[in-house]
Write a protein that binds this ligand. Structure first.
Ligand SMILES: O=c1[nH]c(=O)c2ncn([C@@H]3O[C@H](COP(=O)(O)OP(=O)(O)OP(=O)(O)O)[C@@H](O)[C@H]3O)c2[nH]1
Ligand SMILES: [Mg+2]
Length: 197
C-alpha cells in the first residue's frame, strides 16, 4: 500500500484527505500522528510557496513522500484578503469563530450577495525525497453569507455559500464537499501529476 504523509496539523484537512485518498489505496498519515514534529514557518508570499516550504521540510525530515496543503479564502471586496493569512486572520491562535466574525464585520456594509463574491484556493505540493517538488492549485467559487449557517466542515465553511449549490459549505455532507471543494479540485489535478510520474 502506498504511504503518504500529509504535512498538516489541521484536523479538518486531515479528515478530508483521508476520505479522498483512502479509497484510492493510500495509507494516510499526518503531523497529528507525529506530535513532536517540526513547525514549518509559513514565510512564503503565495499559497504555492507555503505549500512547497511545508512539503519539502517534512519530506526531508521523515524521508517520506509528502503532500502539503496551503489554502485559504480570498474575498474580492477585501482585495483578496484574508488569503494566505486565513488561518491566522484574527490572531495567531487560529480561532475559526473569531476569523469568521472578523470577515463578517468587514463586510457588514456590503448588502448584495453578488458584491460579497469570494473563492477558496488550495495549493498542494508533492515532494519526494531527492526529487523535484510538484505543485497544483484548485479553487471553488462562492459568496460570503451574512451569518454562519450549517454545522459541517471547518474554518470558514459556515459563511461560504458555494456558487453553484446555493448552500454553505457547512451545509454540505462530507461526500458533497469532497466532490466540489478547492481541495478536491486540487487533489484531482495532483493525482494526474502523480500517476504521470
Ligand atoms: O472553511 C474552510 N474550508 C476549507 O476547506 C478550508 N481550507 C482552508 N481554509 C482556511 O484557510 C486556512 C488554511 O491555512 P493553512 O493552509 O496555513 O492551514 P493551517 O494553518 O490551518 O494548517 P497547516 O496545514 O498549515 O498545518 C484554514 O485554517 C482555514 O481557516 C478553509 N476554510
Ligand atoms: Mg498553516
Amino acid at each position: 500500500m502506498r504511504e503518504i504523509i500529509i504535512a498538516t496539523k489541521n484536523q479538518g484537512k486531515v479528515k478530508e484527505f483521508e476520505s479522498l485518498l483512502k479509497p484510492m489505496g493510500f495509507r494516510v498519515q499526518s503531523l497529528l500522528d507525529y506530535p513532536l514534529s517540526i513547525d514549518v514557518e509559513e514565510t512564503g508570499t503565495t499559497f504555492e510557496e507555503n505549500a512547497i516550504l511545508k512539503a519539502e521540510a517534512i519530506a526531508k525530515a521523515y524521508n517520506r513522500v509528502t503532500i502539503a496543503d496551503d489554502s485559504g479564502l480570498m474575498i474580492d471586496h477585501l482585495g483578496g484578503k484574508p488569503g494566505i493569512y486565513s488561518a491566522r486572520y484574527a490572531g495567531l491562535d487560529k480561532n475559526d469563530e473569531a476569523n469568521m466574525e472578523k470577515v463578517l464585520e468587514e463586510l457588514a456594509a456590503v448588502e448584495a450577495l453578488e458584491d460579497r463574491s469570494a473563492r477558496f484556493a488550495c495549493a498542494l505540493a508533492y515532494s519526494r525525497p531527492g526529487q523535484m517538488t510538484k505543485t497544483v492549485v484548485g479553487t471553488c467559487e462562492g459568496f460570503i453569507a451574512h451569518e454562519p449557517i450549517g454545522e459541517n466542515g471547518f474554518g470558514y465553511d459556515p459563511i461560504f455559500i458555494v456558487r453553484d449549490l446555493h448552500k454553505t459549505m457547512a451545509q454540505l455532507s462530507k461526500e458533497e464537499k469532497n466532490k466540489i471543494s478547492h481541495r478536491a479540485n486540487a487533489l484531482k489535478k495532483l493525482i494526474d501529476v502523480i500517476t504521470e510520474s
